[in-house]
Design a protein around this ligand. Structure first.
Ligand code: NAP
Ligand code: GCO
Length: 264
């Protein structure tokens, strides 16, 4: 049974894998035997990523590049291919959010979110898929969001990007499945990371919303998402394609409830 989830001999790239969900995914893939590469923009975060891996006796190859910079993406992936051969598993995880109502949001901010959260997964995938095609094998996991399904005030750019990423995932599936490449998405619910830090600050009423909308009644952890990524990166999911796996504690199943005696 464990052979199904064994990634020995595989090379993985987790974009933005220096913290939060990406770091958890990078670690779980390494624990499953993959050679793991992580990129990000911050030198300091890349250094701390090495320290995090070393603490658990794991190895990671880190690269400093911005996923929106086509030249740097090409150079970074060429460096990985030179060191480890073509990439078997890609996790398009790097992402940002800007919580600004549309009427107040500069177009440049909207464009930055789209560039990182939607165009970069296309750019990175397009650069490394030829190697997967040559191997007739590959796994691509796009980190979507509840905002791939819902709108929410102040996150229009992010929801547009993540809704687009859901459809990009399906299009990658239909164009690349014939090469034995499986492309799926993960839609995390509300996960405790730096990105959601402002929402979890003391006294922020948003926490009440997350509690009422999440049947599990709690914030998820990066490891909850990483375990789903291990499934989608492994042989166990070879016939799963174009699917968005929501790791949301039941949010999508839930309309919400009114707090009170009967928990209606
Ligand atoms: P996070 O803690 O803010 O980490 C984001 C990571 O992405 C960092 O490593 C950051 O490193 C990297 N990054 C950002 N822009 C980049 C760029 N242009 N090039 C390269 N790396 C870049 O975020 P998170 O909460 O773990 O979220 C990870 C992914 O999950 C995102 O796609 C997010 O939209 C998605 N997600 C999060 C939640 C949640 O509740 N937390 C829920 C659903 C989906 P640098 O700044 O050093 O580049
Ligand atoms: C927000 C949150 C969410 C989560 C996640 C939910 O402002 O609503 O940041 O967008 O990050 O994407 O799946």
């Amino acid at each position: 049974m464990t052979e199904l989830f064994d990634l020995t001999g595989k090379t993985a790239l987790v974009t933005g894998g220096t913290q939060g969900i990406g770091l958890a995914i990078a670690k779980v893939l390494a624990k499953a035997g993959a050679k793991v590469c992580v990129n990000a923009r911050s030198e300091a975060k890349l250094k701390s990523c090495h320290e995090e891996f070393s603490k658990e006796g794991l190895e990671v190859y880190t690269l400093k590049f911005d996923v929106t910079n086509e030249k740097d993406v090409d150079a970074g992936i060429s460096e990985i291919e030179k060191k480890y051969g073509s990439i078997d598993i890609l996790v398009n995880n790097a992402g940002i959010i800007k919580r600004i109502p549309m009427l107040e949001m500069p177009v440049s901010d909207f464009r930055e979110v789209i560039d990182i959260d939607l165009i970069a997964p296309f750019l990175v995938s397009k650069r490394l898929v030829p190697g997967m095609i040559r191997k007739q094998s590959g796994k691509i996991i796009n980190i979507c969001s509840m905002m791939s399904e819902y709108g929410r005030r102040s996150v229009a750019a992010y929801a547009s990007a993540k809704g687009g990423l859901k459809m990009l995932t399906r299009n990658m599936c239909v164009e690349w499945a014939k090469y034995n490449i499986q492309v799926n998405g993960i839609g995390p619910g509300y996960i405790a990371t730096e990105l959601t830090g402002p929402l979890r600050e003391k006294g922020n009423p948003f926490n009440d919303l997350v509690m009422s909308r999440t049947p599990a009644g709690k914030w998820g952890t990066p490891d909850d998402v990483a375990n789903a990524a291990l499934f989608l990166a492994s042989k166990a999911s070879d016939f799963v394609n174009g699917h968005i796996l929501y790791v949301d504690g039941g949010i999508l199943a839930n309309f919400g409830y009114v707090k009170g005696e009967n928990d209606l």
